[in-house]
Design a protein around this ligand. Sequence first.
Ligand SMILES: Cc1cc2nc3c(=O)[nH]c(=O)nc-3n(C[C@H](O)[C@H](O)[C@H](O)COP(=O)(O)O)c2cc1C
Length: 242
Amino acid sequence: MDASQSFYPKRQPRYIADRGCAFYVDPVAQALMLEKPLSHEVPAAPEFGEPTPIEASPPTLAFLARRRSASALTLTAPGPNEGQLSTLLRLATRVPDHGKLSPWRFVILKDEGKARFVAGLEAIARARTDGERLVAKLGKLRTPPLTVAVVSRAPAQGDIPEWEQRLSAAAVCMTLIIAAQAMGYGANWITDWYAYDIDACALLGLREGERVAGFVHLGASAEAPLERVRPDVGALVTEWSG
Ligand SMILES: Cc1cc2nc3c(=O)[nH]c(=O)nc-3n(C[C@H](O)[C@H](O)[C@H](O)COP(=O)(O)O)c2cc1C
């Protein structure tokens, strides 16, 4: 199937010149980039066993070409509401998962609960020799209206290596970021000291063998993030020749 037969068959693509570089912008992609937040209505998941044809999605390509995380310190209310969060988690868990183990879970941090979590972290930080530095880092957690802690669950014993189960949690983080940004929200994947501190992890409710894959911060983006340095991908690619 080519792009003209794809999900948005009737729309006329437009081409926009930006700093000498022309790129394709479908009206839907333009809405994704310029207007927010969008409706959170997305198609229902396919039924088990239902065919899911591969369809080209130029809007997705255009979106990925310019996708950018927002600084957590610029994220403000309103964040995703209950329905939107539920949709985001549904989309975020459509990730490769070797062995279908669902080796991840979520802890939602918002409102009063989040305030108490941050206060608890502050108490932990103040007991440390570098407490001031640690407390200062809590702004990135305190500021956004909604944070999803993506937890990599204790590895299931069996044939699937732990590494692969942890990687699946990373895939969840990235998919959550993309889905939230596609919904028009700013998003940022952060770990910081409280993802590794044993007392902080206990405060979050982590169990034996669990790890924080990421704190994914979500909210309205108060300012457009500036493009960051990107790698020269060509320098990172080799073709195996034996
Ligand atoms: C696993 C992981 C942990 C990260 N932890 C932090 C962090 O603690 N502090 C930070 O400023 N950025 C952290 N980052 C980087 C942010 O996500 C950063 O904003 C991101 O690289 C922006 O890139 P993008 O615009 O391509 O999404 C982390 C990224 C990853 C993948």
